[in-house]
Design a protein around this ligand. Structure first.
Ligand code: SAJ
Length: 494
């Protein structure tokens, strides 16, 4: 261990004063959990007093949570630590000079999803503020998801320039990636294992001392800062890869005329010592702010760390191929819509298409990088007339989100399930048929939430992702109640 840094840390003693830069979904729960530790005296939550987020300062200092949606336990905990005088939100970054440790929980979105270059601007601003005020022996921890090599590279350089000190000698520097999911922020921080990686042994040890007290079920997993960055980006890259494998297999099953879900059950049945088959679910696409970008952070990391990568020249990585498969799925939904409408004798041009779901995730209002937008744009480009419904998403720039499901289904030539909201699991086939006013409306199930038979019996032209066994079903016209349905078309290949 580096003696100088070790001596500075020992002179400080146990961590008692902590700061968190970035009062968002990661920073707020993290800050109040630190504040609730008996060994911590005070936690400052640093928030710029900006027009868009400055309101959070007063809210937090009143013990209120500025986060949308249900976060069990969060607001009571904010109230508790604020009234105990152990947490305060402030725009005064100079208070960092009093602290033993400061963490940065600042989002790193892509400037433009097309060029996949992360926007490190806000993070660099936070690093400059931290660097400007930290004192010898302090610990700086990055919690944001970052390209491998950033902590020991760009972050270290910015901090050293702003502080005039040396990382690993005058101050400790580490990466401890967040693993929180909306709706379970506190629980995730307390119960997930925590990856903690320093730029050197002293930094790793100091960062482990910071996080250990806020874990309940979770345990600390120490490693180097770069290994921690790779762990975080790779754990999402692997999930994206698993989803892509399910999507690719679903496309194969459609082409071979079989039911993906039968195959999935079969594959999943293979269990036993050392056997793993984590087969996930195919769907209308992969959205969100994690899986859509973390693969590219990992890919950039390999380039930045300029290690000699031994890999077939010019070949795309399986990780990027997985991204391409997942990004294809909204177009697959469009292709299924085209063929279902054609089987119903309709062209896409001028067709009323009801898009069920704008959120990227079922039963969520989060629409970041939603696959529905890709599908919607394809419909508009083809001259169709899409109507979007969502029961959680209030609004979205440039798209009219309807919240009355019956109204959204009126006159539909096609209905496409893009998001797995529970509400769509209880769609009544007869009601949807009646609202559509069509003899053979199309229904395209992108999330395996409806019963194909119930809709086929009502005269729908059904298509579902992975449902090769039903995607060329005979189209029937239901007789009045009590009579058998009669087949009016021979099965056609979509
Ligand atoms: N999806 C599929 N098939 C699946 C699972 C998901 O198509 O089998 C789609 C979803 O519809 C969605 C997208 O993938 O559009 C992402 O879904 P997600 O469940 O991965 O949710 P995220 O993006 O919020 O991922 C987060 C990640 N958490 C963090 O980064 C801290 C991820 O690491 C978690 O594994 C994931 O939540 C989770 O499991 O909830």
């Amino acid at each position: 261990m580096n003696d100088r840094l070790q001596k500075l840390i020992e002179a400080r003693g146990p961590i008692r004063k902590v700061g968190v830069i970035g009062m968002g979904y990661v920073g707020i729960p993290s800050a109040v959990l630190f504040a609730d530790c008996p060994t911590i005296d005070i936690v400052y939550g640093f928030q710029r007093d900006s027009p868009s987020s400055g309101h959070k300062i007063a809210m937090l200092n009143r013990g209120e949570s500025p986060l949308k949606g249900e976060e069990p336990g969060l607001e009571p905990l904010i109230k508790k630590v604020v009234s105990a005088g152990k947490f305060r939100c402030t725009p005064d970054y100079s208070l960092i000079s009093e602290l033993d440790a400061v963490t940065l929980a600042i989002q790193t979105p892509f400037k433009d999803p097309k060029d996949l270059v992360p926007d490190f601007g806000p993070l660099v601003e936070g690093l400059n503020m931290a660097g400007r005020y930290i004192r010898p022996g302090a610990l700086v921890v990055l919690e944001s998801t970052i390209t491998p090599g950033t902590t020991a590279g760009m972050a270290r350089e910015v901090l050293e320039k702003a502080s005039g000190m040396k990382a690993g000698e005058d101050f400790a520097l580490a990466h401890a990636p967040e693993r929180v999911m909306v709706g379970r922020l506190l629980r995730n921080i307390q119960e997930h294992d925590r990856i903690v990686g320093g730029i050197d042994a002293a930094s790793t040890k100091r960062a482990c001392d910071l996080y250990a007290p806020i874990l309940t079920k979770g345990r600390i997993i120490p490693m180097t800062a770069t290994a921690a960055e790779v762990t975080k980006t790779a754990e999402n890259t692997f999930r994206d890869l698993q989803i892509a494998a399910a999507n690719e297999l679903a496309l194969y099953c459609e082409a071979m005329g079989i039911n993906f879900y039968s195959v999935r059950t079969g594959i999943d049945s293979l269990k036993g010592e050392g056997i793993t088959r984590a087969i996930l679910y195919p769907g209308a696409g992969v959205g969100g702010h994690c899986l859509t970008k973390d693969t590219y952070h990992l890919e950039r990391g390999v380039r930045i760390l300029n290690g000699r990568l031994d890999y077939p020249e010019g070949e795309k990585s399986i990780f990027v191929l997985a991204r391409n498969v997942n990004d294809f799925m909204p177009r697959h939904m469009y292709n299924l819509t085209l063929s279902a409408l054609a089987r119903a004798g309709r062209s896409i041009k001028g067709a009323n298409v009801t898009v069920l779901g704008w959120a990227f995730l079922g039963n969520s209002d989060d629409a970041r990088n939603t696959p529905s937008e890709i599908y919607y744009d394809l419909l508009v480009k083809a001259g169709a007339s899409p109507t979007v419904h969502d029961c959680y998403v209030d609004r979205y720039p440039g798209v009219d989100i309807r919240h009355d499901l019956d109204a959204a289904l009126l006159g539909a030539d096609a209905v496409a399930v893009m998001t797995g909201h529970d509400r769509y699991r209880s769609l009544d086939a007869a009601r949807v048929k009646e609202l559509s006013g069509r003899a053979h409306p199309a229904i395209i199930d992108g999330r395996n939430v409806i019963d194909p038979e119930a809709f086929i019996r009502q005269g729908f032209v059904y298509s579902g992702i992975g449902r090769g066994d039903r995607n060329s079903h005979p189209i029937v016209t239901p007789e009045p109640e009590g009579h058998a349905t009669q087949e009016v078309h021979t099965a056609q290949h979509a």
